[in-house]
Design a binder for this molecule. Sequence first.
Ligand SMILES: Cc1cc2nc3c(=O)[nH]c(=O)nc-3n(C[C@H](O)[C@H](O)[C@H](O)COP(=O)(O)OP(=O)(O)OC[C@H]3O[C@@H](n4cnc5c(N)ncnc54)[C@H](O)[C@@H]3O)c2cc1C
Length: 434
Amino acid sequence: MKLDQILAPGAKFEPYWWEAAPRPVLPEIPAPSTIDVAIVGSGYTGLVAALTLARAGRSVAVFDAEAAGWGASSRAQGHIGLIKRPFADLEAQWGRKRAIALLQEGQAAIAFAKDLARRENIACHLNTNGRYIAAATPGHYEALAREVDTLKREIGFNADMVPRAEQHREIGSDLYHGGEVRHDEAFLHTALFHQGLLDRARQAGAVIVPHTRVTAIGREGAAFRVATSRGECRAGDVLIATNAYTDGVAPDLRRRVIPIGAYGSATEPLSPERLASLLPGGRAGIDTWKLSHSFRPSPDGSRLIFGGRVSMRETDPKRSAPKLYRFLMKLFPQLEGVKISHSWTGKVAYTFQTAPHLGVRDGAHYAMGFCGYGVALGPYLGFKAAGKILRRNDAHSPFEDLPFETRPFYYGNPWFLSATVAWYRFLDWRASRA
Ligand SMILES: Cc1cc2nc3c(=O)[nH]c(=O)nc-3n(C[C@H](O)[C@H](O)[C@H](O)COP(=O)(O)OP(=O)(O)OC[C@H]3O[C@@H](n4cnc5c(N)ncnc54)[C@H](O)[C@@H]3O)c2cc1C
């Protein structure tokens, strides 16, 4: 499939979400020279921390090397879902009590993100209709059903199975083998959510300093010297909220997050009837392949947004678009001839434990490693990190008790990803034959 065969006239290689919420142009202001809290990264994590701290009376500056929200927070598909680790897996690693605590914390993050959008009155098309998890194989369907039973028992999870014979009520495709509806999960317009948080943080008094890279963070007694591309700033506390974009400014954290490419595309406009025939349940969905795919209606119901891990490293969207399109044709062959209006890429941050982390290193706070679930976890752990800076009693999160591991010879360039992708492709191939 050639690129020019699948692109609609005027197709763009940037997020569909930027049509409604372009990267903001903020007033040029001098970077502050003294501040209570300096935050590195202006995505969901940094902004919710900034909002919380500013409302508590702290002076806050949020630095971003690019435009505000340029990272994953304006590129995501907008799914608000639970961390992706089976209960048995967590239990085997950390015991039943901690497995329950981690999953309950994941549920708290979902509730927090939904509540935040509502409480702050952010017009971001929050849809609380739930999410659909599509089983890629009969074996995956059985595993989903077992997991639903376990999660209902252990954490009161609110989900129901949809057998293959009934899956057309959720998806107009025969590619899958049934699935699971997760009723408490949700989805939203990712860049409008970000824009709303940006507005609230600025209204609360936080100073946003875009196009300003933080180049070094050093201690100065109990405080910090924050060197940026536009001068130096003295800060009482620092929060590093750079997730998959963590660079040399935090080399120790960079060794602990694995940046992985994630890809999104939008179709050209479809009629409401046609879109409803593809996703009759009106929910966002994701499948169970190791190299998973996602799909959802656009907030205005005009087009299908879909995505996947077509390559682990971030690659040119001109290369990812044809690969994603091939998947689209397998999922919905009835869309043959429909073209792509937008295709984009970004980075998600995995960790060696496939769990997010929150903590303090060399005195600087951090919250990162959301493993593709940062639409819920970013805001929630940004809030928790702010709570820790404010020394609030309720700021503890079970995610901060996990060891934040690295591996020998890993310094932030994931040289092992090609082998991992090959292994995942093999596992998916084997599962498809079982
Ligand atoms: C295509 C795609 C689809 C996704 N879909 C979903 C989804 O459906 N659901 C979900 O939960 N998650 C999804 N994610 C992941 C989710 O978007 C992220 O986990 C989340 O947005 C992370 O937010 P953040 O604020 O921690 O980091 P980001 O939003 O990535 O922000 C980090 C910022 O740090 C800045 N930065 C880095 N280094 C420096 C420095 N030295 N100085 C100054 N600034 C710096 C970067 O410029 C960047 O803007 C997706 C991601 C992508 C790319």
